[in-house]
Design a protein around this ligand. Structure first.
Ligand code: FAD
Length: 460
């Protein structure tokens, strides 16, 4: 009898344990349900919806090329799967485990109603399996990473199923176009179309390119102008490629570049482990003393709204921050070093709650990920379980020089393209009128942040 494969962030045919095992047991009905209710505040944002549309279209074409189909439904994931199971007489639902709190809940509900078979697919090691000597989870990255390295290699990557047989009749499917995942008025996705190719084949092409560059990662990864990081993050988020596939493809490398890159993949595992322990990590300060800090609130403070808008639109007067925020708007992605600088600027120089930034990234990043986004925002804010200290305040101008961001700034802030160094990092007064004045002085922003921190601690 038919086997349902419930796809979520695992939109690939290769190394897909749920699909692989289902296909060995019977005809396959692959299903994607667009459920915008269960994720609550974390239903997919605009950039993710754009990516999702193309990813589903690509997966549907791959399945059709193999004589199969992708069934699309919209609504409550559990209800829709139960309906499809009823209509098709399916014996079991196969799914790869997901750990976002709403998916864990859905998996639990589904188990009560259907024969749900869960597999480990999307992390180097299954979340929850890297434990301390006493069997508990790690809270801090460095020991987690060491323990992970001792437990690697990951499982072997699975091949694509050899054949996909069709059920006697296909359940009804929505038309992807009707979901309106793509922007229309205005169409803001032009830069994204130029920058990205979406789907499993594109992910593997990117990995091939990366195989030739990973050896230089150690030196190049912090330099936004050079732009030599893998850019695999959206493919990993949507599961168009698995970290296990990436790991095995690169394991023959012996370079420091590969070793450093492997640790970044472990950060991704770490973030997911944090979410397993603290499901509300994207919503609450882990260090609850920060509940008392007096953020400037864009909901009630006009100057805070003005500053937030300037940050979102890349008009803060700090070229490195503006280049990053404009890269984000144009391409749906931002270089990691610049994400840190831009996030720190919002939280500290503008004294705006990290959760406001988390929301903006959630809406605008093509790699927006519940776990990774929250973990990194809490890290920068100093509110997290493992994090930077709040009082360590990044100086955007010296970061810009230190990481040689001139080329990056000239690309994304074209009105500064004619400036030489060092002016391109900190434009002179005569640029006023062409480029915004700083919305807050570095000293002034820093002192305001430190004062708020002291007040929170009760040290006036
Ligand atoms: P590479 O440098 O090539 O790294 C390879 C892979 O390792 C990445 O694709 C990613 O899957 C993983 N990785 C690397 N760094 C991290 C990290 N710090 N935390 C978790 N995983 C990591 N990453 C996301 O995938 N989704 C997010 O929503 C996200 N939000 C972020 C928010 C802030 C404020 C900051 C500072 C970082 C955020 N990151 C997020 C982490 C990181 O910036 C991106 O993963 C990285 O820039 C993606 O580019 P890449 O694929 O070229 O990375």
């Amino acid at each position: 009898s038919p086997q349902i494969v419930w796809l979520r962030r695992d939109l690939r045919l290769g190394d897909n344990p749920a699909l692989y095992h289902a296909a060995r047991q019977g005809p396959v009905i692959a299903v994607y349900v667009l459920d915008d209710v269960r994720p609550g505040s974390h239903a997919y944002g605009g950039a993710s919806r754009w990516w999702l549309h193309h990813s589903l279209a690509s997966l549907a074409r791959s399945l059709e090329a193999r004589g199969s189909r992708l069934i699309l439904r919209r609504g409550d994931a559990v209800e829709e799967l139960c309906k499809i199971a009823g209509e098709s007489g399916a014996e079991a639902v196969h799914a790869n485990r997901h750990y976002e709190p709403w998916w864990r809940k859905a998996q639990g509900e589904m188990k009560e109603r259907l024969d749900l078979r869960l597999y480990d697919a999307n992390y180097l090691l299954p979340p929850g399996t890297v434990t301390t000597g006493s069997g508990g989870p790690y809270k801090i990255y460095t020991p987690f990473s060491k323990a992970t390295l001792e437990l690697l290699p990951p499982r072997d990557a699975l091949p694509e199923p050899e054949a996909l047989t069709s059920p006697e009749s296909w359940p009804a499917s929505d038309d992807l176009a009707d979901w309106q995942l793509l922007p229309t008025k205005p169409d803001w996705a032009g830069g994204m179309r130029e920058f990205w190719r979406v789907g499993e084949a594109a992910a593997h092409e990117r990995l091939e390119w990366w195989e030739d560059h990973v050896d230089d990662y150690q030196e190049d990864r912090n330099l936004p102008s050079v732009d030599k990081t893998s850019q695999l993050s959206p493919y990993l988020h949507f599961g168009e490629i698995s970290p296990v596939q990436i790991w095995h493809a690169l394991k023959h490398k012996r370079s420091n570049g590969w070793r450093t890159f492997e640790k970044e993949l472990i950060w991704r595992d770490y973030a997911q482990n944090a979410i397993c322990q603290f499901p509300r990590y994207a919503l609450d300060n882990y260090r609850d003393e920060f509940d008392k800090i007096e953020w400037r609130d864009p909901a009630t403070d006009e100057t805070a709204v003005r500053d937030l808008k300037a940050w979102q639109q890349g008009r803060t007067g700090y070229p490195i921050v503006d280049a990053g925020m404009r890269q984000l708007w144009q391409t749906g992605w931002m270089h990691n070093r610049v994400r840190m600088i831009a996030a720190s600027f919002l939280i500290k120089h503008l004294l705006i709650d990290w959760r406001v930034g988390e929301r903006w990234f959630w809406d605008t990043l093509v790699d927006a990920d519940y776990a990774s986004n929250a973990t990194n925002w809490q890290w920068v804010a100093g509110t997290g379980v493992d994090s930077n200290m709040f009082v360590r305040i990044m100086a955007p101008l010296s970061q810009s020089e230190k990481f040689d961001a001139a080329g990056y700034i000239r690309t994304y802030v074209p009105e500064l393209a004619g400036l030489d160094e060092p002016f391109v990092h900190d434009p002179p007064d005569h640029m006023r009128g062409q480029y915004p004045e700083k919305i807050v002085g570095h000293r002034e922003g820093r002192e305001r942040a430190l004062a708020a921190y002291k007040a929170m601690k009760g040290e006036r």
